[in-house]
Design a protein around this ligand. Structure first.
Ligand code: 5GP
Length: 200
């Protein structure tokens, strides 16, 4: 596998990372394409297969694990498997794109370990666990049980922040968006050769 850059956005569910990733995808100068993950969780609302996720059964997912088709995979919640197919990154790199991921902290750090030079791993920090709960309830896409499961996981995930290349605090969305854009732009831009003078 060889190609462009990999940009990881990881955070507890409800931190706003999906909003940040969507915003970055709209910035043409970043030349990003979204890595569509495979998942065994059921489809929510108007999610489309092949666009938001590649939806599949648990047994189909396990078959891919056996075939070593994943760059990384994780049972993020019980019986809810998520993973990045190697073919997905190959496809986007072949198209000349930098690949952006919206994945959980464990998966994010695994990719960083596999591609240390090519990867920028960003952790998005929410203001507090209480604020996360409020955001997840407002979103009202999950049952109370599922929300509690996500909240329980959030504290563990927050402790992994120091292992990332950088942490963005999402306390004010506009500021977080601009900060993310500047960070990614710097990472994907080719370095200016030493001794070269910028043309005015
Ligand atoms: P959701 O069910 O809300 O779409 O996602 C649940 C969690 O799974 C989120 O933290 C999301 O970032 C993560 N996730 C999505 N795709 C992947 C993936 O390919 N690998 C891993 N490890 N986590 C993923």
């Amino acid at each position: 596998m060889k190609g462009g850059k990999l940009i990881i956005f990881s955070a507890p569910s409800g931190s706003g990372k999906t909003t940040i990733v969507k915003y970055l995808l709209e910035q043409p100068e970043l030349n990003l394409a979204f890595s569509v993950s495979a998942t065994s969780r059921s489809r929510r609302g108007n999610e489309k297969d092949g666009e938001h996720y590649y939806f599949m059964s648990v047994s189909e997912f396990k078959k891919h694990i056996k075939n070593d088709d994943f760059l990384e995979w994780e049972e993020v919640y019980r019986d809810n498997f998520y993973g990045t197919l190697k073919t997905e990154v190959d496809r986007l790199w072949a198209a000349g794109k930098n690949v952006i991921f919206d994945i959980d902290v464990v998966g994010g750090l695994r990719i960083k370990k596999k591609f240390p030079k090519e990867t920028l791993a960003v952790f998005v920090k929410p203001p507090s666990v209480d604020e996360l709960k409020i955001r997840l309830k407002k979103r009202s896409t999950e049952s109370d049980d599922k929300i509690n499961m996500r909240i329980a996981k959030a504290s563990v995930e927050l402790a992994t922040a120091p292992q990332f290349d950088t942490v963005i605090k999402n306390y004010d969305l506009d500021i977080a968006l601009k900060e993310a854009q500047a960070l990614v732009l710097e990472f994907v831009s080719p370095p200016t050769p030493k001794g070269s003078v910028k043309k005015s």
